[in-house]
Design a protein around this ligand. Structure first.
Ligand code: GLU
Length: 461
């Protein structure tokens, strides 16, 4: 059974790149009817905090990716890590190193002045003498001294690391007993049965160290998929300056989880030239082997385009619920169907929807000067008066087409172009140019409100 995991370090919020790795991991597990688990890597107590963990879980809830089983917290697993440290010490695969900070510093300086790679020199590897007093030892693992470490990567192919270029006997437990990052990641992945590790390729340099831990403990090595980073349009790693990196900001900006997931699945993965994927299609088609070898480019227009697509295809009753989270309550509005049908065709985000809806529902309190100058020329007021008189006596006005019909009678009888009534009417209704068709606007706000807005305009313009 395929078991994948997402293993964020809670240092802030859920990063958009992290969500992409989580999505890939989720899809691959579920594609194979496997499990997707969540592990919070909160061993570095100085940097981690509970708020950050909560923020990550909240973002997961919003996006709707469910993890299997309980969340694993590394901070609660000290006993487990300690057991494996002791095991390695007993088996002679790890050892205590009593080097002081000063000794380490001076070793580093010598290596730097000799233009050598800075590395631990193994001086306690086979130490059998009496340990120096007053130094709490760290625990180091016995790494191979030469040869190569091969990482079989499902995306990048085989990557060969030369031991002498990258490794030394690295620390697996600090002098206060705290286990180190690469050690606990390997142990947890093994104990949690993770057999496909999908993560950002910024972790690639950790993988040889983790392989050494797997081998020392006799664990099976999982399949690795190191996913290339997301870049901005200038080819640099995506950063806050390029837009939102916090997943919850996407909610705030009015993106739908479905659109964001569709956007993310296409960042680095493709299936022919298909752009729109339902979640079911993603599940059926995703394979990490098809992830691109090179970085993907973040493109806001693409996200907007996808979001517009998903908004358009969201049923109105769902939109009513979603918009409520943006403080727009439409549940009791009798023309909400017409309103949403019109607005969802024209909006890239839910936030845009709210703005556009308010522009219709809120009586204008001022009129755009440019629009007024353009629309209120010549006979404009007389035409509006005429329309108003017809509107007052008209009955059974419900649909946009009913209002359209009324506008048309004015156009025909006065032998004027549509704009001659359309423009001043629009300014009277919403205070400016632009927006959906005036017949829809009138059907949405209704006869009384239309009359009152026309009166306001006639008085105030
Ligand atoms: N905790 C790491 C991070 O947040 C991920 C570790 C991993 O996927 O192996 O970057």
């Amino acid at each position: 059974m395929t078991v994948t995991r997402f293993a964020p370090s809670p240092t802030g919020y859920l990063h958009i790149g992290g969500l992409r790795t989580a999505l890939f991991s989720y899809l691959w597990a579920k594609h194979n009817d496997g499990k997707f688990v969540l592990r919070i890597e909160d061993t570095d107590r100085s940097r981690n905090n509970e708020d950050a963990t909560r923020a990550i879980i909240k973002a997961f809830d919003w996006i709707g990716l469910a993890h299997d089983g309980e969340i694993t917290y590394q901070s609660q697993r000290d006993e487990i890590y300690k057991k494996y440290i002791d095991q390695l010490l007993d088996e002679g695969k790890a050892y205590r190193c009593y080097m002081s900070c000063q000794e380490l510093d001076s070793l580093r300086e010598t290596q730097m002045s000799n233009k050598e790679r800075t590395r631990y020199d193994g001086r306690y590897r086979d130490f059998e003498g009496t340990p120096p007093e007053g130094v709490e030892p760290v625990i180091r693992i016995k790494a191979p001294l030469s040869g190569t470490i091969r990482v079989k990567d499902g995306i990048k192919g085989e990557i060969v690391f030369n031991v002498e270029d990258i490794l030394d006997d690295f620390i697996i437990a600090r002098s206060d007993g705290a286990p180190t990052y690469n050690f606990v990641v390997a142990i947890d992945d093994a104990l949690m049965g993770i057999n496909s590790v999908i993560r950002g390729d910024d972790h690639l340099s950790n993988t040889p160290k983790q392989i050494i831990v797997y081998e020392a403990l006799g664990f099976d090595i999982p399949e690795f998929y190191h996913v290339p980073m997301i870049h901005n349009e200038n080819g640099k790693k995506l950063s806050k300056r390029d837009g939102a990196t916090d997943v919850m900001m996407y909610k705030e900006m009015g993106y739908l989880p479905k659109a964001l997931l569709n956007f993310l699945v296409r960042l680095g993965w493709s299936h022919g030239d298909q752009e729109i994927f339902s979640f079911e299609e993603m599940l059926a088609l995703f394979n990490p082997k098809d992830i691109n070898k090179s970085a993907s480019i973040y493109n806001t227009e693409k996200l907007d385009w996808l979001n517009a697509h998903y908004i358009k295809n969201t049923p109105n009753d769902t939109l009513v619920k979603l918009l409520q989270e943006y403080d727009l309550v439409l549940s009791s509005h009798d023309k909400k169907e017409i309103l949403l049908d019109v607005i969802k065709e024209r909006s890239k985000t839910l936030v845009e929807m709210v703005t556009q809806i308010k522009e219709i529902l809120d009586t204008p309190t001022q009129y755009d000067t440019k629009a007024v100058n353009k629309a209120f020329k010549g006979e404009a007021k007389a035409i509006l008066e005429d329309f108003k008189a017809r509107l007052m006596t008209a009955e059974a006005l419900h649909l946009p087409s009913d209002y359209h019909h009324l506008v048309e009678t004015v156009v025909t009888e006065r032998e004027i172009g549509f704009g001659k009534i359309g423009q001043p009417l629009r300014v009277a209704l919403v205070g400016k140019m632009g927006g959906p068709g005036i017949d829809s606007i009138m059907a949405i706000i209704g006869k009384e409100e239309t009359l009152s807005r026309i009166d306001n305009a006639l008085e105030n313009i």
